[in-house]
Design a binder for this molecule. Structure first.
Ligand code: 5GP
Length: 194
């Protein structure tokens, strides 16, 4: 998505550890117009798949997920993060290793918001090694619901998340695909096709 790539070039900052900081429009301050446009794009891409619910993880997945849910007219459920989970009877839970924080968290979704009739679209802000998406796959499996696809705002294609989703046979759509951070500059897959 051209508008997103231009915004990344304008406001993104490459940090050590192959981390892109985009707190000016996605991870802290949010640009609602850009977010709405991204929701439209996800809605367009997945409209025909019969999605009944959108799943994401708090907190940065919520904004793009809500903008997509708004345009597909389906509910959005976000997994909550906990250091540990003790009372788990009413929860689906999974363990997720955080790429940016380098710690493990449990994520959970209340059983009342997901069931076997659901067909879910997973939305997240970044795809790195796919641990957050894997955690949501685990939760969808526990609920025995179908996965319509994964929509990612910014995918770092040189990390392993892409393969993890391909191995599972799930459709992946990313609005910006970063191929490298060479020389502290962001390079996109679209540069090779333009
Ligand atoms: P994964 O679980 O795919 O390894 O990493 C995805 C999660 O880590 C995202 O939900 C996001 O919160 C965080 N993340 C991974 N890479 C980046 C990055 O380059 N920049 C930012 N801001 N967050 C990232």
């Amino acid at each position: 998505m051209r508008e997103l790539e231009e915004r990344i070039l304008k406001d993104g900052r490459v940090l050590p550890g192959e981390v892109l900081k985009v707190d000016g429009f996605l991870n802290h301050q949010i640009d609602p117009d850009l977010m709405f446009a991204m929701g439209s794009e996800f809605a367009h891409l997945f409209r025909e798949t019969g999605v009944t619910k959108i799943l994401t993880v708090e907190s940065s997945g919520i904004a793009p997920a809500v903008m997509t849910g708004l345009q597909l007219h389906v509910p959005v459920v976000f997994a909550r993060k906990h250091k540990s989970v003790t009372l788990i009877d009413d929860l689906y839970t999974a363990e997720v290793y955080s790429y940016t924080k380098k710690t493990s968290n449990h994520i959970s979704i209340s059983k009342k918001f997901l069931d076997a009739d659901d067909k879910v679209l997973i939305i997240d802000d970044f795809l790195a090694n796919g641990q957050a998406v894997q955690g949501l796959f685990d939760i969808a499996d526990q609920a025995k619901c179908e996965i319509a696809g994964v929509g990612i705002v910014i995918e770092k294609v040189f990390q392993t998340g892409h393969q993890l989703i391909a191995d599972r046979g799930v459709r992946l759509e990313s609005l910006a695909q970063i191929t490298s951070f060479d020389d502290d500059r962001v390079h996109f897959a679209s540069e090779q096709t333009d």
